[in-house]
Ligand binder design. Sequence first.
Ligand SMILES: *Cc1c(COP(=O)(O)O)cnc(C)c1O
Length: 379
Amino acid sequence: MYKRSSRCQKGRAWIELDMGNLGHNVEQFKRLLPGTCTLMPAIKANAYGHGAGLVGQALSEMGIQDYCVASVCEAVELREAGITGQILILGYTSPCQFGDLVRYDLTQTVVDLSYARKLNDYGKTIRVHVGIDTGMHRLGERSEDVENICEIWKLRNLTITGVYSHLCASDGNSDGERAFTQKQIAEFEAVVDSLHKRGITGFQTHLQGSYGVLNYPELSYDYARVGIALYGVLSMKNDKTAADIELRPVLSLKARIACVKMLHENEAVGYGLTYTAERDMKMAVVSIGYADGIPRELSNKGCALVNGRRAPVIGRVCMDQLLLDVSKLSDVSAGDEAVFIGRSGDEEINVCEVAGSAGTISNEILSRLGNRLERMPLS
Ligand SMILES: *Cc1c(COP(=O)(O)O)cnc(C)c1O
């Protein structure tokens, strides 16, 4: 197999990871969370695009022992990268992969009672956390169906170590969103209480993701499943959070300029000829495109930093390349770096800015960063 590491690094398009900033963010959350609450980083979707193996190893060196992911494949990838702690799968695992749950010592979410029975029928002991639906109406047995929830404890092959739910409006600060979140919290606690009253104990609880912690820091459960904020960014630029916390972005996204050329007045560029030069200009062709995760939505809209200055995207973003207007830059040449997320000189592009231009949230931009990109810790 072609080994990227044995070739030139930062050749075409790449991601740089500031693990110092990751450590800073971990410390910020540890300071914010009650002493009895353990941080359980969400490193699904290739650690929000950052690279699951690298991030998992860095977190494990920082003393993190519990992780959550979306799928069994993601969990196995972490085991193969040497991660030995608890790995909770938040999503659905098909019965044809139940063997991997046992083989790799993984913890599976119980989607509902009938799924619990399927897990039980596999015939081997499987460790699980029981999902409770408190209002998002995604996974979990409904919180009012306490009888069904209790049935899960009768299944002999399940070792139930946790019970959890998920908040779906904790990022919002409107009265309605806050009231809904309080209702979810109350529903969750009512389920935990009724389990305790029936003598069902010995499980851990968790409810909050990033915004659950940032906006409801007074809550106190056994784990907090923090994703996006651990990578040092919020979902949207103007989000306000209750907790006072200073986050530092971990990821930078950069690509190489392949060539610099002139574009003459009235010439158009790229697929569909969507951009026409109003006057003679200078442009750069950059080796990154939508297959790498630059949204095609940024055609004629986004920008990159070149030698500390902003250069607008012109024309349509292609699968593997895009074009920048570098007319205002005197000192640009082939081989220079273009920064799409991160700093260059005094300028910075935060992923929230990219997400805003693309009409989405930073979570989507990061998690869609392509696997063609080299990922490397800063040295
Ligand atoms: C993705 C996910 C998280 C982490 O969410 P962030 O908002 O990124 O912190 C937590 N819990 C569940 C169930 C998730 O699916």
